[in-house]
Design a protein around this ligand. Structure first.
Ligand code: IMP
Length: 427
């Protein structure tokens, strides 16, 4: 039996979906534990591309159970559309369980997300606009509606009415926007309830039973370490906890039940949305990486900011999540660059920093200190072993291991499942 958490080590979009899909071959259960439809994972199977936002990547295996844990915020319209999309693809899929404790994203959350961004002006966070922050705000304020409430129409209508008595005046009087009609909203959401009813469960219990039976369970994080609400580049973060500890809360499992934590790291760094990014490249190399790696957001289509690999960030992620292994993705994207750079520390007002600073005004002033290494020119996307990689690629990977202090468990060299080199058994 084994339980593995997969976390993003950077600012999201590290390729967690692909790694989850790859490791899911050995898993019986795949569990999402935080975030919502702000996430987007693209999985390519047999040349077919699948884009998902809420349903775990493991759904593409018919013998797996996928779980949307209590820590996820669920927009039921998006979830129903994803189920229809998967059924429409005529591919046999796995089974799905949705936590009755997961909170619902309501249309007014999207509206409040948009208003909050507008009001921040130049300091905007660059959210995905999916209502994630306001949904988690309602959860923390203890006024949120949960998936389980969909099964109690009267209770659902009552709480919705109460919420709209608070939200509608705010929208109408303060922001000059239309309010929401409680009857219309209730009808829409209780309609989704009919489609979702068979999937709703006490998922903490489902996972506990699986672990007791010796099943392999994979916990799939969304976003990344530096978008963590506590540990990321606050306030340019999301409103949940992508770090490994988030899996315990967001899935309802105890920490002693987690065996391994795999941190997914791109072979370079990217970020969507605003906020500091010390190794960001504003030159032709940055643009080249973006085009080569097709670095455009799955959820919003925004071009991603690209830069060199930052080992300070990876060490920070290794500490926060207790990483036992790294999965290095997009190594193939770097093929063709004559020289590669790795950031090993920051210079701040003449002082060398080797740990990630929390204060944004410090981070903003940090100049990356780089180590240069020769690149490789060969196309590596068809290789199937570590030994077959060019010597310079091996040296690049070894240097990452030395700097981060975590072994590499997997290397991804393309979008297809088959373009993955496993260096150790994950389970
Ligand atoms: P929110 O999660 O929509 O509130 O957005 C907050 C920040 O997290 C913004 O910078 C987003 O661009 C970023 N973000 C949210 N989800 C993802 C993701 O799946 N990948 C990368 N960045 C994300």
């Amino acid at each position: 039996m084994s339980t593995v958490v997969i976390v993003g080590t950077q600012w999201g979009d590290e390729g967690k979906g692909k790694i989850t899909d790859y490791l899911a071959r050995e898993a019986d259960f795949v569990v999402r534990y935080q975030g919502g439809s702000n996430a987007g994972h693209t999985v390519v199977v047999d040349g077919d591309e699948y884009r998902l936002h809420l349903i775990p990547s493991g759904i593409l295996y018919e013998d797996k159970t996928c779980v949307i844990g209590n820590g996820v915020v669920v927009e039921p319209g998006v979830l129903c559309a994803e189920l229809d999309y998967l059924h429409g693809k005529k591919r046999r899929i796995g089974s799905l369980r949705i936590s009755d404790c997961a909170h619902l994203v309501m249309p007014y959350h999207r509206c409040l997300d948009e208003i909050a961004e507008e009001s921040r002006g130049a300091d905007k966070i660059g959210t995905t606009g999916r209502g994630i922050g306001p949904a988690y705000m309602d959860k923390a304020a203890r006024v949120g509606l949960r998936v389980g409430d969909l099964l109690d129409p009267e209770g659902f209508r009552r709480q919705l009415q109460r919420n709209l008595e608070r939200v509608n005046p705010l929208l109408q009087k303060m922001y000059n926007r239309p309010g929401f009609d409680p009857d219309e909203l209730a009808a829409e959401y209780l309609g989704y309830a009919e489609q979702l009813r068979p999937y709703i469960a006490d998922t903490s219990l489902v996972i506990d039973e699986a672990i007791r039976q010796g099943k392999n369970v994979l916990f799939e994080g969304a976003q990344g370490t530096l978008l963590d609400n506590d540990h990321g580049t606050y306030p340019f973060v999301t409103s949940s906890h992508p770090v490994a500890g988030g899996a315990c809360i967001g899935a309802g499992v105890g920490p002693t039940k987690i065996d391994k934590v795999i941190g997914v790291a791109k072979a370079y760094t990217s970020r969507v949305g605003d906020g500091p990014f010390p190794t960001e490249l504003f030159d032709d190399v940055g643009a080249w990486i973006r085009e080569q790696g097709q670095e455009y957001g799955t959820t919003t289509g925004r071009p991603r900011r690209c830069g060199w690999l930052d080992a300070v960030i990876l060490r920070y992620a290794a500490r926060l999540s207790g990483l036992s292994g790294l999965a290095v993705t997009r190594l193939d994207t770097l093929s063709g660059l004559p020289t590669l750079k790795i950031c090993t520390g920051y210079l701040y007002k003449g002082e060398r920093l080797t740990e990630f600073p929390h204060r944004l005004e410090v981070l903003r002033e940090c100049q990356p200190v780089y180590e240069e290494m020769p690149g490789w020119q060969e196309d590596i996307s068809h290789l199937n072993s570590y030994e077959a990689l060019p010597e310079t690629a091996k040296r690049y990977l070894q240097r990452i291991v030395e700097l981060v202090g975590v072994p590499i468990a997997l290397i991804s060299i393309g979008r297809e499942r088959a373009q993955t080199i496993g260096l150790e058994d994950a389970f």
